[in-house]
Design a protein around this ligand. Structure first.
Ligand code: ATP
Ligand code: MG
Length: 457
């Protein structure tokens, strides 16, 4: 294993940038994956959230673009990166720009929810790196604006998501259009055995890199599980936010709801209680989504309420707290959601609420993470009755699948690809007063308690 980036066979301008970014030690996945990828191997890489998988695929690609520059055919790209959400595509594009700032290469993004013309004209001359969400990419291919026959590197970030039901059809169509001879780089923090087998049918003699396979959740994240009746969730959330507002660092909080509507309600209730919060989900316009995320990243709004559209890959440094207001019905999403904190070796706290109808979700999650989530029985809304129900094998009635970002479907997942269905962008509830006040979260005294059931989202 290579202990420093300096000792790796990476091009000098890449090393210079890493030095400037103060990346001294490669993370375990970087140390193992980068040398294999530089040898030209296909790779299936699994490592915990926030451990630098992006650089693990971006650096070897950029190295090759630098050491082996080529003319690119019209409408073509040399490297195609597929990502499940627009936010992640944008972020991965930024990472390529950051790591590749001292080399000459071109790149563009293709994703739905925005006009296609700039994307079409960017592709006219061809680019080195194309980062795309599958739906819009296929649209542009169908219209004859993109040609994948020149792809040398295929990256599937969040590969298990890209190969699950929601995306598989689109990804298969894309796979049929890229050359057989190429290097494939697949990464995720979660890899169910079924996905591993599927990935192996696509990869050519792949190297496997799996860091700490027995622990899927990032080690630096402290996890807590609160058994709480649905009607008390908002009170418990506000208590957590109150504490978090006094944090000296890592002040930001992401609250995950199951549905778009539910997330709007949470954001609205928080705003009414004096917290600055905005919601981000697949029914928001792309401009609203980007604006909310940008403000959150800058610390201008301390609380982001999100569906699973923000569960994977999103890298915001100062997130100290993740709250699963609703448990995800897809157990892997738990790993990704809590992984929005505790990034790059930082510490973080993830608190999950479990109401009666979520007891089964909790069982599924604990199966996937192979450990019980430590219970917080000291919180004042703790329900011993729920503990008993969980212990006794109680089966709650199935929760109706909402229209939230949690679903596996492509569009349900936040419109990552398509943009074929534009949600009613003017969802008003989360645009409220949140952005008008500045500073850390605060509580308007006495305004939080308007009837318990009102807050159940
Ligand atoms: N070697 C390194 N030294 C210091 N910081 C690093 C290093 N590699 C990556 N980082 C930083 O770590 C953070 C997480 O990286 P990244 O987003 O690539 O994680 P990830 O493994 O893809 O996580 P996820 O599973 O959530 O997508 C980023 O802010 C990145 O800048
Ligand atoms: Mg990532």
């Amino acid at each position: 294993m290579t202990a420093t980036f300096e000792a790796m066979a990476l091009a000098a301008p890449l090393k210079q940038v890493l030095n400037e970014l103060e990346y001294i030690t490669p993370s375990p996945v970087q140390a193992q994956a980068i040398p294999l990828l530089l040898e030209g191997r296909d790779l299936l890489g699994c490592a915990q959230t926030g451990t630098g998988k992006t650089a693990s695929f971006a650096l070897p690609v950029l190295h090759e673009l630098h050491t082996n520059p080529k003319r690119i055919g019209t409408k073509q790209c040399r490297c195609l990166v597929l990502a499940p959400t627009r936010e992640l595509a944008i972020q991965v594009g930024k990472s390529f720009n950051t790591y590749g700032q001292k080399i000459r290469f071109s790149q563009t993004l293709i994703y739905g929810g925005v006009g296609q013309n700039p994307q079409v004209s960017a592709m006219r001359r061809g680019v080195d790196v194309l980062v795309a969400c599958p739906g819009r990419l296929l649209d542009l291919i169908d219209q004859g604006y993109v040609d994948l026959s020149g792809v040398e590197f295929l990256v599937l970030d969040e590969v298990d998501r890209m190969l699950d039901m929601g995306f598989l059809r689109d990804v298969k169509k894309i796979l049929a259009l890229v050359p057989k001879k190429k290097q494939s780089l697949f990464f995720s923090a979660t890899l169910a055995p079924s996905i591993v087998s599927l990935a192996q049918t696509i990869l050519h003699n792949p190297a496997r890199v799996t860091i700490t396979p027995e622990v899927t959740t990032a080690e630096r994240i402290e996890q807590k599980l609160c058994f709480v009746d649905r009607g008390n969730k908002m009170y418990l959330l506000q208590e957590l936010l109150e504490k978090q507002s006094q944090a000296k660092e890592a002040k930001l909080t992401i609250v995950f709801g199951r549905t778009k509507h539910g997330s709007n309600k949470i954001a609205k209730a928080l705003t009414e209680a004096g917290y600055e919060a905005e919601a981000i989900h697949g029914n928001k316009s792309q401009a609203q989504r980007e604006r909310a995320l940008a403000k959150f990243k800058r610390g201008e709004i301390p609380v982001l309420v999100a569906t699973d559209v923000a569960a994977r890959g999103v890298d915001v440094k100062d997130v100290g707290l993740v709250v699963n207001y609703d448990l995800p019905n897809e157990p892997e999403a738990y790993v990704h959601r809590i992984g929005r904190t505790g990034r790059a070796g930082a510490a973080g706290l993830a608190v999950s609420f479990c109401a009666e109808d979520e007891i089964d979700f909790l069982r599924d999650i604990e199966k996937v993470i192979k450990q019980p989530i430590p219970r917080d029985t000291a919180q004042q809304w703790h329900s011993e009755a729920l503990v008993e129900k969980h212990r006794s094998g109680f089966k709650p009635p199935k929760i109706k699948q909402g229209s939230g970002g949690g679903g596996r479907g492509r569009q349900g997942g936040g419109g990552g690809g398509g943009g074929r269905r534009q949600g009613g962008g003017g969802n008003s509830s989360s645009q409220g007063g949140g952005s008008r006040t500045s500073g850390a979260a605060r509580r308007r005294s006495g305004s939080g308690g308007g009837g318990r059931s009102r807050y159940s989202a």
